[in-house]
Design a binder for this molecule. Sequence first.
Ligand code: PLP
Length: 449
Amino acid sequence: MLREGVTDTDLDMSSLAPSAQSSRSTSTARSGGRWIDHWLETMHDIETLRAAHPMMDAVIEEIDGRMIRVGDQWLADFASCNYLGFDLDPEIIAAIPGYLEEWGTHPSWSRLLGSPVLYEQIEARLTELLGSEDSLVLPTITHIHSSVIPVLAASGTIFLDARAHKTVYDGCQVARSRGAAIRRFRFEDPQHLDELLSAERDSARLICMDGINSMTGNAPDLRAFAEVARRHEALLYVDDAHGFGVIGERPGDRTCPYGSRGNSIVRHFGESYDDIILVSGFSKAYSSLLAFIACPTEVKNLLKIAAPPYLYSGPSPVASLATVLAGFDVNDRRGDELRSELHRHSARVLDVLEELDVYTPNHSQFPIVEIPLRDHTHIDAVGRMLFARGVYVTLAAYPLVPKAEVGFRVQLTAINTDAEVDVLIAALRDLAERGELQSRSAKTELELV
Ligand SMILES: Cc1ncc(COP(=O)(O)O)c(C=O)c1O
């Protein structure tokens, strides 16, 4: 998940990898020597945590609602992306056996050979929910980025958000290896994108960026980016892995700031799909292994013959197709209620951080709350303290994020209990009192200087 903290000046791990000649040709390399040492040195901070920290690479032995057991310790889970709680929804779980009886566990044709009719049903319902012209589903977003970005970019120029998700970066690297050029624009800066596009002579232009950012929890100004893209006749490709299922259209009478129906960022901003390709997935809010691309039918048909996962990859298991279809039903009937609960929990945590003068980049009330530490070297101790207090979060270590952003990420879900959120809040108060967290007002002053 991490490595979203990449900027132009950040560590580029690929450039630190030893070259094939310098290492692989030595006997030490063959016996697992120098090349691996180089990687371990580069990744020292995170490898130290992975090897010894109870909150990393953990074996979760049991769950009870959003409580999880690691060894003897029960912890409230604030690291899951199951925002709507569909993973534990009795109605969704009950839907699975019927589908398994009808379809078996796994359709092992590649999609180009043939797909169970469940795929047609999912794509029809998804297209209706999103309000797009059409949609195509594939197993994961990672599959989509690595196969679709190279098709859309061809040998043109990609304008890449400097803090786009690592999987978007990797998709762009594949495109580069096939002849595309890459220019990076500054995070959340449509003006910079405008300048780069104005200076570009290549007429084939693809812009790649995140929707809801997976670390800050904030949405980009999609309207501004769409306007720049259309003015320069570029195609805008947006990864809204976290937004789908949480944010959605905003009719006049809305009660929840997330909007309703959870139909993702394009609808949330009241935008059309003209010149926008939306990519997202079901593996977060819908707790199912499946992802999608919302695009015109003409593009969908091209991808059916040009995107390798459609031609060659094994498809999602039937249980995941079943939980997506049952998830649509639950979303229709109870989704807005669940989103209100999710918002209530998120607002509680954010209100406490504000009261404590603790900095978080989250200004959107989305259920991702990143909390950087005042001193990045304290991550081990802070993580252990949270673990001991029964709070499970995602540690964000260097070099996956820049040193100034080392800390932890809290994610709320609709089915966390108030008692679990109380435990989290008590631990945050304690950390703030000990001076472990960054001060919001000091940060603002710094920005103003
Ligand atoms: C923004 C973003 N894009 C893509 C992915 C990868 O999604 P998938 O597991 O469907 O490949 C993630 C997963 O964390 C993500 O946060």
